[in-house]
Write a protein of this length. Structure first.
Length: 255
């Protein structure tokens, strides 16, 4: 039986590919054989990420700057991918942000910023990659959701929860629309993961213990915990799986 998790020959674009979950996913895809393009607005950061991936895997990784909230910028990203590689087999939308605000006072500009990155960015990247995948006969898209896409949370997370709920339904709706084109669209739903933005939690023993206690497996997630589920969802191993979210959450959503 062939290795159904093998990504040799696949071209993968990872938005939000520098630091945290995105970089770990880009590295994991490269380790399983994919040629990876990492993208974000910060060219310096993604260049370093691409260099790290190349050094650790022996596979050349590429950095192309783009702003997921700007359709022209995203179109330029995929035009360059088409010109350089001729196709895109995998899109991983790993970009995302959170702005915590009290629900009584949530500023409109912060709400709009959250939706621009987390929702509009997902939509635009899916749209551009989806057209290429349709023309070439198929592909796989993975969107970054969260356990907060199906479970509310306190602490100023109204906007974040709303955006991740939207990502969940973008994933399902596009999976249905694009299934006839052999384009699979799935999502990853992590619980709290230690990234540069949440490192302060890991560095505070009392706070870390509080979050870990809420997880049935008794610990906080790490970026590398996400890799296996994503490799599965974008590989031939999941060739009949679309419109689904896998929650990599230590059992949190099982309760």
């Amino acid at each position: 039986m062939k290795n159904i998790f093998n990504l040799d020959g696949k071209i993968a674009v990872v938005t939000g590919g520098a630091g945290g979950i995105g970089e770990a996913l880009a590295l994991g895809l490269a380790e399983h054989g994919a040629t990876v393009v990492v993208s974000s607005r910060n060219l310096e950061a993604i260049s370093k990420a691409a260099e790290k991936i190349s050094a650790e895997t022996g596979r050349k990784a590429y950095a192309i700057a783009a702003d997921v909230t700007d359709e022209k910028s995203i179109a330029a990203l995929f035009a360059q991918v088409r010109e350089q590689f001729g196709r895109v087999d995998i899109l991983v939308n790993a970009m995302g942000m959170n702005i915590k605000r009290d629900a009584f006072e949530f500023p409109e500009e912060d709400w709009d910023k959250l939706f621009a990155v987390n929702v509009k960015g997902t939509m635009l990247a899916c749209k551009a990659a989806g057209k290429m995948m349709r023309d070439q006969g198929g592909g796989a898209i993975l969107n970054l959701s969260s356990v907060r896409g199906i479970r509310g949370y306190t602490g100023g997370n109204t906007g974040y929860c709303a955006t991740k709920g939207a990502v969940e339904l973008i994933t399902k709706a596009r999976a249905l629309e694009w299934a006839p084109h052999q384009i699979r669209v799935n999502a990853l739903g992590p619980a709290l993961v230690i990234t540069p933005g949440t490192r302060h939690i890991a560095e505070n023993p009392e706070l870390a213990a509080k979050y870990a206690k809420a997880v049935p497996m008794g610990r906080i997630g790490l970026p590398e915990d996400m890799v296996g589920a994503v490799v599965y969802l974008v590989s031939d191993a999941a060739s009949f799986v679309t419109g689904q979210t896998i929650y990599v959450d230590g059992g949190l959503t099982a309760a």
